[in-house]
Design a protein around this ligand. Structure first.
Ligand SMILES: [Ca+2]
Length: 320
C-alpha cells in the first residue's frame, strides 16, 4: 500500500511514523510537514529525525504550510514540548536534509508520477491537503484512493469544548477536505482518547533495547507529565498512531458513515465536526470511527513500534 503522511510531528505523530516505518505492508512514498503541535520548521525537522531513527532515510520529507487559511497560527508548547518531541530535541542537522519544494506541490508531483493510487494519512491540521485540492483537485481525486485522518470528534473537543485541535487549527482547510469527494476515514478524538497507556510502559521502554528508545522515552515521558497534570491519568494517550494502524488493520475500529460538516463560525463552535446521521445536511461523506478495540489496537501498534517491550502487563495493570 502506497502511503503519504502529512504530520505536525509531535509526540503521538512520532509513534505513528515509527509504526509506519515498522510496517512491511506500507510503502511510505513521502512525509509532508505542517504546523500544529509546533511550528513547521520544527515539525519537518522532527519528521526527518524520527524517520531516520527508524531506518527510513530514503523517505523524502517536505516542509509545508506554516499557518492556517484565516487566522494566525497559535503556537503552544504545553502538550508536546518546546520543539515538539517532549523532552527530546531533534538535531539542527536534520533540518539540512529536508527536501526543497513546498509540500502541497510535492504531493501533487508525486501523485502525478505514481502508477497506482495513494492513500493519504493526514495527522495534523489539513492545510497542506486543502492547498493541494485548491491547486489540482482532479489529480487529487484521481490519484488518492482514501484519506485516513486523525482529527475531529463525534463528541467534545480538546482545544475548545466543541473542537478537536487538528480541525480547530484550520477549520477552513478541514471543510475543503470534507467536501472534496475523496473517500475519507475520520479517526476522531473521542475514539483515540480511549487508547491509554500507563507510565509504567514508558519506564520499561526506556530500560529496554528498543529502537530509538531515547527519542520515544523522552517524548512519551513529557506527554505523560502533561496528561497527569491535565487529566490526572499518569500515562499517555494515543491519537495519530491509531489512524496509521487502520491502514493495516481497518477492523480495529467500528466505522459509521456520517455527513460531516465543519463549523466555520467565529464563535464558540469554530472547528467543530458535526456528524449528522439524519441526512439533513446531505449524503454521508465520511466513514467515522465510533469505537476501537483498545487492547487489540494498543498491542498491535506498540508490538510493532517496540516489540522488545510487552505492553500486555501494563494493560492488565490498568484494567485491574
Ligand atoms: Ca499530529
Amino acid at each position: 500500500m502506497k502511503v503519504i503522511i502529512d504530520t505536525d510531528c509531535g509526540v503521538d505523530d512520532a509513534l505513528a511514523l515509527a509504526f509506519l516505518a515498522r510496517s512491511p505492508e506500507i510503502d511510505l512514498l513521502a512525509a509532508l510537514a505542517t504546523f500544529g503541535n509546533n511550528q513547521t520548521f520544527n515539525t519537518a525537522r522532527n519528521t526527518r529525525y524520527v524517520l531516520d531513527a527508524f531506518g527510513k532515510q530514503d523517505v523524502p520529507v517536505y516542509s509545508g504550510a506554516r499557518a492556517p487559511f484565516v487566522r494566525d497560527y497559535e503556537h503552544e508548547t504545553s502538550v508536546h514540548g518546546e520543539t515538539g518531541l517532549g523532552y527530546h530535541t531533534s538535531p539542527d542537522e536534520a533540518a539540512g536534509r529536508i527536501q526543497p519544494g513546498f509540500a502541497p506541490s510535492a504531493l501533487l508531483r508525486i501523485l502525478r508520477e505514481a502508477d497506482d493510487q495513494v492513500t493519504l494519512l493526514p495527522v495534523g491540521p489539513l492545510t497542506n491537503i486543502a492547498l493541494a485540492l485548491i491547486e489540482d483537485a482532479d489529480t487529487m481525486r484521481a490519484k488518492v484512493d482514501r484519506l485516513v485522518l486523525m482529527g475531529g470528534s463525534t463528541a467534545r473537543g480538546n482545544m475548545t469544548p466543541a473542537a478537536e485541535a487538528n480541525f480547530w487549527h484550520d477549520p477552513e482547510a478541514a471543510s475543503i477536505v470534507m467536501k472534496s469527494g475523496i473517500p475519507i476515514t475520520m479517526v476522531g478524538l473521542d475514539v483515540t482518547e480511549k487508547m491509554k497507556v500507563p507510565r509504567s510502559y514508558v519506564e520499561r521502554l526506556e530500560g529496554s533495547e528498543a529502537t530509538a528508545k531515547e527519542i520515544l522515552g523522552d517524548a512519551l515521558r513529557f506527554y505523560s507529565d502533561f496528561q497527569l497534570q491535565a487529566s490526572g491519568f499518569d500515562g499517555f494517550v494515543f491519537h495519530d498512531a491509531l489512524a496509521a494502524a487502520l491502514l493495516v488493520r481497518p477492523d480495529l475500529c467500528t466505522l459509521v458513515p456520517y455527513h460531516v460538516e465543519i463549523s466555520l463560525d467565529f464563535v464558540a463552535t469554530r472547528g467543530e465536526s458535526l456528524c449528522d446521521a439524519s441526512g439533513r445536511f446531505g449524503e454521508p461523506n465520511v466513514d467515522v470511527a465510533v469505537d476501537v478495540d483498545v487492547n487489540e489496537a494498543l498491542q498491535f501498534i506498540l508490538g510493532r513500534v517496540a516489540p522488545e517491550v510487552d505492553v500486555a502487563t501494563d494493560l492488565a495493570d490498568l484494567a485491574a
